[in-house]
Design a protein around this ligand. Structure first.
Ligand code: FAD
Length: 525
């Protein structure tokens, strides 16, 4: 909604209230006079949406919401806040899939990056594919599902994914962006040519390995601290047509991790001699063998954990895929066989399916629709994502999967290793200091139902216990999609890289107005 006189009045009131609350020197006229091509809204529904996220545990109301029509709109807003020092903060919101309010802001404006909101699709925002050079230019708020659809029109597709495609490009690039392709291609932040970024000074800059290199590296995995990504140039490859999707089970954790590590060590081999995707998950209770990520195992032929001799009630599932098209259809089964032969899983536990590439990439969305239908999607999600160094993963297994979790998980638990050499150490993302590290993702949903082990309080406490266990056992985990409350915790998280992170903040967002929902820096007015 454009700002009418009434809403301007309300906005002025809201801003004045915030001045009184926080005692900042803010001139409300600065915001009200902002001329944008898009829309600056204080409508309750906009404010409500911008104050919530997937985590469902944090709510912070912004003063207003900007639906930008262009990168220049965002630059105008930030320039106004930076030059006047009026106390206004600015946070980009991709698709609001954060867990702990990372895209929210108090006393400020949330920039709704998703093009699905108010303004419809502007021609300048449509993904533009360069077929010859195999890249696509996309708006920073574009969802990965739409990047995929646009690229496929040219028979191309991005190389590195997240498990779920209804996330924004700017949001995942601000964290890393990982899935089972990361061992081979690196995270999404390793598969980019260049970015357009509006910095915390309100400058719109293009950055890449060749141009404004420091900003390029700062922004990647930079938790929104250095600028708002308005355009990304993403590397593409010829899209496969179909996927052989295979799951095998293990009762022995060492055999499971040995095989996962072996498979990711093949990253430099020719395509026929490695899988295209390597993930895995932990099964501690019968119910989750058909977890919400997919009903892969046939319901008519349920797999009983007990029948597979799981030690301590825990099973591990290795999940791999092999892409193929017409040119490789005749040899793909042979390639898969050759790779499976080298693995040490429970012999009778091979489950295979064969589906179109797009259906595989979009698999979690199907589960989302089912959960939505049951009212189980919009519930609190106390998720915890950890990078665990390879040298300590078996200690983690003993202490957490076979210890703290008991026999109930309340959601999928993913576990898969990645090669550190696929991550660029100059970016802002933090990973453990070992050549191979695991993602352990505890993706739990809290329910109010009678079972106390599924409540938000129980799961949040369990997360605390897991982190405490790692501290006590000196397992140097790093949080992925990190969440901390104090600057000291952030300093510990960044370790040696804290000084660089702080220096970059000073260079690109000296007033510390961007992405305050991450709680790393306090605004400086
Ligand atoms: P938001 O939550 O809107 O924003 C996240 C942060 O990025 C905020 O600080 C925000 O200010 C900042 N930001 C947003 N847009 C921009 C921009 N254009 N420029 C600069 N900063 C910006 N992650 C994985 O890596 N792999 C997965 O497989 C995966 N699966 C997921 C599945 C589900 C169901 C969910 C809910 C999340 C998953 N994630 C996964 C996590 C996801 O990558 C993060 O939530 C990420 O923040 C993207 O979400 P978003 O686009 O909604 O960003």
């Amino acid at each position: 909604m454009p700002l009418t006189m009434a809403s301007k009045f309300l906005l002025t009131l809201a801003i004045c209230r915030s001045i009184i609350t926080v005692g900042l020197m803010m001139d409300p006229a600065e915001l009200l006079n902002l001329r944008v091509e898009g829309q600056l809204s204080v409508e309750a529904s906009d404010v409500e949406t911008a104050s919530a996220d997937f985590g469902g545990m944090t709510r912070t109301k912004p003063l207003a919401v900007l639906h930008p029509a262009s990168a220049e709109d965002i630059a105008r807003l930030i320039r106004g806040a930076y030059e006047t020092g009026n106390g206004l903060t600015v946070s980009a919101r991709g698709h609001g899939h954060s867990i702990n309010g990372q895209a929210q802001t108090r006393n400020g404006v949330v920039v709704e990056m998703s093009r699905m909101t108010r303004l419809g699709v502007k021609p300048s925002w449509r993904p533009r594919v360069n077929e010859k050079e195999q890249y696509v230019d996309v708006w920073g708020g574009e969802l990965w599902i739409d990047v995929l659809k646009s690229s496929l029109e040219f028979g191309l597709a991005p190389k590195s994914w997240t498990d779920y495609l209804y996330l924004s490009v700017g949001g995942t690039l601000s964290n890393g962006g990982i899935s089972g392709q990361a061992f081979n291609h690196g995270p999404q932040i390793s598969n980019l040519h260049e970015l357009d970024v509006v910095t915390g000074r309100g400058e719109l800059l293009t950055c890449s390995e060749e141009q404004n290199q420091e900003l390029f590296h700062a922004v990647l995995g930079g938790l929104g601290q250095f600028g708002i990504i308005t355009r990304a140039r993403i590397s593409l490859e010829p899209a496969p047509q179909r996927v052989k999707w295979i799951r095998v089970l293990y009762s022995n954790f060492s055999a499971f991790t040995r095989d996962q590590e072996y498979l990711i060590s093949l990253h430099a081999q020719p395509a026929t001699q490695k899988f295209d995707y390597v993930e895995g998950f932990v099964i501690v209770d019968e119910g989750l063998i058909n977890n919400w990520r997919s009903s892969f195992f046939s319901p008519r032929n349920p797999v009983k954990i007990s029948s597979l001799g799981a030690s301590g009630g825990v099973l591990y599932c290795l999940e791999v895929t092999k892409n193929y098209d017409e040119s490789t259809a005749d040899t793909v089964d042979q390639d898969v066989e050759g790779l499976l032969k080298k693995l040490d899983f429970i012999p009778a536990s091979v489950f295979t399916t064969d589906i179109p590439y797009v259906d595989f990439l979009d698999r979690v969305h199907k589960a989302e629709l089912k959960l939505r239908a049951k009212g189980l999607w919009d519930v609190p999600h106390p998720w915890l994502n950890l990078f665990v160094p390879k040298s300590r993963i078996s200690d983690f297994d003993k202490g957490v999967f076979k210890g703290i979790l008991g026999n109930k998980t309340s959601g999928p638990i993913l576990i898969y290793p990645m090669n550190k050499n696929k991550w660029d150490g100059r970016t802002s993302v933090i990973t453990p200091d070992e050549d191979v590290f695991y993602l352990v993702a505890l993706l739990r949903s809290a329910l109010d139902a009678g079972d106390e082990t599924q409540t938000l309080e129980y799961l949040t406490n369990q997360n605390r216990r897991i982190i405490k266990f790692c501290e006590d056992a000196k397992i140097s985990v790093k949080q992925y999609l990190p969440h901390y409350n104090t600057q000291q915790e952030w300093m510990d998280h960044f370790g040696d890289k804290w000084d660089l992170f702080e220096k970059r903040k000073l260079a690109y967002d000296p007033r510390r107005i961007l992405a305050t929902g991450q709680r790393i820096f306090v605004p400086n007015f």
